[in-house]
Design a protein. Structure first.
Length: 257
């Protein structure tokens, strides 16, 4: 599997992937509701990147958050934002987490599993580090949701990058069952990521998805040209503004060890 170089991406990651206040509040509400956790809950934000979920979970929800990522460059950016030391930051391999069994009440992942070699292995590690009755929450764009979005339609070869690595909702839920989780459910979420078509174009120029950092510069240039034309002709097209995502929740039942 071809992988994005997040140490290289770290310097411009936030430029193309910022979360609005409205969207941050929406996701925090969903995280609190679906996880069933309360203030003081021990939370692992696995694949935390620059901390765009770790920090608000700590500051606004009052969680005891550990942010873990395999990219030292991303963690440097996260620590620069964390002026009050609200989060513990750790360099970690998701396939072999450096935490004791039962260390967390909640494991949260956002757009992580399509970057790892063995998602089932990562999910088994998540189950291991969860306490009895712990919860895993996975935020992702399922393949059936992203197949016809802007980047996969207008940029050559992006679909070829993501098709082999991106799970459908059904496959994600199967992985969780196989890893020993129970009470699995998924919720579809529509996020207005951009206020205008021009804002989407600016984010694409900043290579706002990992696949855009993987395709060739020639393919990237073709996609930018196509997107520029579409924005010019259809500036208010909702296709440019909204992203479809899934939030899947699964529980480590008391009998699961």
């Amino acid at each position: 599997m071809v992988k994005a170089d997040y140490n290289r991406i770290a310097s411009f990651y936030d430029k193309g992937r910022s979360l609005s206040e409205k969207n941050t509040a929406m996701w925090l509400n969903l995280i609190g509701k679906l996880s069933g956790t309360s203030r003081g809950a021990r939370v692992l934000d696995l694949g935390c990147g620059t901390g765009r979920f770790s920090l608000p979970m700590a500051k606004r929800l009052g969680f005891d958050v550990t942010g873990a990522d395999s990219s030292a460059g991303m963690l440097i950016r996260a620590k620069q934002k964390d002026c009050s030391s609200d989060v513990r930051w750790m360099l970690a391999n998701a396939n072999a987490l450096p935490f004791s069994s039962g260390s967390f009440d909640l494991v949260f992942m956002s757009h992580l599993l399509h970057h790892v070699d063995s998602p089932p292995t990562v999910l088994k590690e998540c189950r291991r580090v969860l306490a009895s009755l712990g919860v895993v929450l996975i935020r992702y764009g399922a393949m059936e949701q992203i197949r016809n979005d802007v980047e996969h339609t207008l940029f050559p070869h992006v679909i070829e990058v993501d098709e082999p690595r991106t799970p459908t909702r059904g496959l994600m839920e199967k992985w969780l069952v196989d890893a020993g989780f129970a009470d699995i459910s998924s919720e579809k979420v529509a996020q207005q990521t951009y206020e205008t078509g021009s804002a989407h174009l600016d984010a694409a120029r900043a290579k706002s998805t990992s696949a855009l950092t993987i395709i060739s510069e020639e393919s990237f240039a073709i996609g930018i040209e196509r997107l520029t034309e579409h924005v010019r002709e259809n500036p208010d097209d909702e296709w440019l503004l909204f992203d479809k995502m899934t939030l899947t929740v699964a529980h480590k039942s008391k009998g699961n060890v």
